[in-house]
Design a protein around this ligand. Structure first.
Ligand SMILES: Nc1ncnc2c1ncn2[C@@H]1O[C@H](COP(=O)(O)OP(=O)(O)OP(=O)(O)O)[C@@H](O)[C@H]1O
Ligand SMILES: [Mg+2]
Length: 497
């Protein structure tokens, strides 16, 4: 007899009298006994299932709290606020995979005509590896994409047979061992732009409400990151546009200055040129006239000649600057031109005082330039470099070709910018180990008449002419320098087409 039943009967004093009960009552007693037994088993089962439910609840609670923490960390991550979408996506797929315990988690975006999705980041947990670039046609998997558009979340317990996802069974799920899949679409500015995928490997799993909510929240974080990225880009565009505006303003001021200077210089030059020519002719005549051969007179004549030559040089430079001669363009071998400019420039110097290195690219480089003017550019730059090293030093001339990238200055998207992204150019660096230029003077070196050389040695027109010529060729010149250590001028010129 069931113990509890026995105890209750004894307490009520009925246990002894049971024996006297008729046969039919005995059978009834047996039924009562069985009912007691059954209630025992039910109770044990109930207790066990209560225990399980409470354990599961505790576990789900812990999972939920963990998911909240992960989400909190993600939304505070620096990469999101720095607008670096790719880095953020990497973090998100990793968080998805680790938090949901799925083997593969990915973020995909539609291409412009929505004919395919392209993987931006796919994390594989067992290999701890990120990849990207895989593409999937949307037209070949209509059921899946229709379901995503209609439901936002597609949670497939049995992914290989689920009507919404079975199109992927042979191509993806079976080869990768994926049994369950969970996808959520990503919206941006009111449009579905991509999706998040989770592929579970192993025995199929049910996706809990928490799993779905977590995946949806990750999809929202992607939208947030895109939003922030968009703001960042807009901000950068504004900053860049502002920078370009300031540069254009500065150029306008410069052009204005140069135009005024040009008028002024052209006027003076015309006034001076003719008298100079007359003096020069006179000097030539006097030199050959009898009776003027005494050494003193010869010396005076020589001084006169050099003074006139110098004045003539200044006048020519002013004219070059004021009215740059029309370009006589032709295709020229850049290195041949550079070498001949170098030989002319080094002439007045003692070559033994310098260590000269020519580090030219192996490629043959052809440029479409006015040869005379371009030679003048490199003569000026080499002479400046040599003059910056009165006690000798190192002069390095390096050339290389390159493709203009976003990092290069003066590069923009408008037709008026010097170069456009992707343009091919030759770069020529002329570097010395001379006195360098003080930081507060760098902006001045291209100004006409700015010179630090003793009176009579420099006109201060060299670099302004250099820049005018390079810009007339749609090239660029830049300078890097460190006071006391040296200077490097870099010239960029477009390569011949
Ligand atoms: N490689 C260099 N190292 C140090 N300073 C330089 C260098 N190149 C130019 N400079 C500075 O820039 C100034 C202007 O140079 P720029 O060539 O325009 O005129 P300049 O050399 O003084 O005279 P010139 O008209 O004879 O060329 C120089 O006086 C010098 O102070
Ligand atoms: Mg000079």
């Amino acid at each position: 007899m069931h113990k509890l039943l026995e105890r209750q009967l004894r307490r009520s004093g009925l246990l002894e009298s049971l024996k006297a009960l008729p046969e039919a009552w005995q059978a009834f007693l047996e039924t009562v006994h069985q009912a007691y037994e059954q209630s025992d088993t039910d109770r044990v089962m109930l207790e066990r299932s209560l225990d399980l439910t409470s354990k599961e609840l505790t576990q789900r609670n812990a999972d939920l709290r963990h998911q909240q923490r992960v989400l909190n960390d993600l939304t505070r991550s620096r990469s999101i606020y720095l607008g670096s979408l790719q880095e953020t996506l990497g973090k998100l797929t990793e968080a998805l995979s680790k938090t949901l315990g799925v083997e593969r988690a990915g973020v995909w975006f539609f291409n412009t005509d929505q004919s395919k999705i392209v993987c931006s980041d796919l994390y594989q947990k067992s290999k701890d590896h990120h990849s990207s670039g895989v593409e999937i046609s949307t037209t070949e998997h209509p059921a899946y994409f229709l379901a995503l558009a209609a439901e936002r979340t597609v949670a497939a317990h049995d992914a290989q047979h689920d009507a919404r996802t079975c199109d992927f069974a042979e191509t993806h799920f079976k080869p990768l061992g994926i049994t369950s899949s969970l996808s959520v679409s990503i919206s941006f500015q009111g449009k579905v732009v991509g999706l998040i995928t989770n592929g579970h490997v192993g025995s199929p799993r049910e996706w809990t409400l928490e799993d779905r909510q977590f995946a949806s929240s990750i999809a929202d974080v992607v939208s947030l990151a895109m939003e922030i990225g968009e703001h960042r880009r807009a901000e950068e565009e504004i900053t860049a546009a502002y920078g370009r505006l300031r540069q254009t303003q500065a150029q306008l001021v410069e052009t204005e200055k140069l135009a005024m200077l040009g008028k002024f210089a052209a006027g003076i030059a015309h006034e001076i040129k003719n008298p100079l020519a007359i003096i020069l002719q006179g000097e030539n005549y006097l030199r050959h006239v009898e009776g003027l051969q005494s050494p003193e007179k010869q010396e005076v004549l020589l001084l006169m000649r050099s003074a006139v030559n110098r004045a003539d040089h200044i006048v020519r430079s002013l004219l070059d600057l004021a009215r740059p001669a029309a370009l006589r363009l032709g295709n020229h071998d850049f290195h041949v031109m550079l070498d001949s400019a170098f030989s002319l420039a080094i002439k007045p110097f003692n070559p033994n005082a310098y260590r000269i290195t020519k580090n030219y690219t192996q490629e043959s480089v052809s440029v479409n330039v006015d040869e005379d003017q371009m030679q003048q550019v490199f003569i000026n730059l080499v002479v400046n470099a040599l003059q910056a090293m009165p006690a000798g030093g190192e002069l390095t001339i390096r050339t290389y070709t390159k493709t203009i990238s976003a990092d290069d200055s003066g590069v923009g998207r408008r037709a008026t910018d010097y170069f456009k992204l992707g343009d091919r150019v030759v770069a020529c660096e002329i570097a010395d180990t001379g006195c360098g230029i003080p930081a507060n003077k760098i902006a001045k070196v291209f100004d006409p008449f700015y010179t630090t050389k003793p009176r009579g040695e420099g006109t201060g027109l060299g670099l302004s002419i250099v820049r005018a010529i390079i810009e007339a060729h749609r090239g660029l010149i830049a300078v890097r320098t460190q006071e006391g250590r040296g200077t490097c001028f870099t010239v960029l010129l477009p390569l011949s087409q």
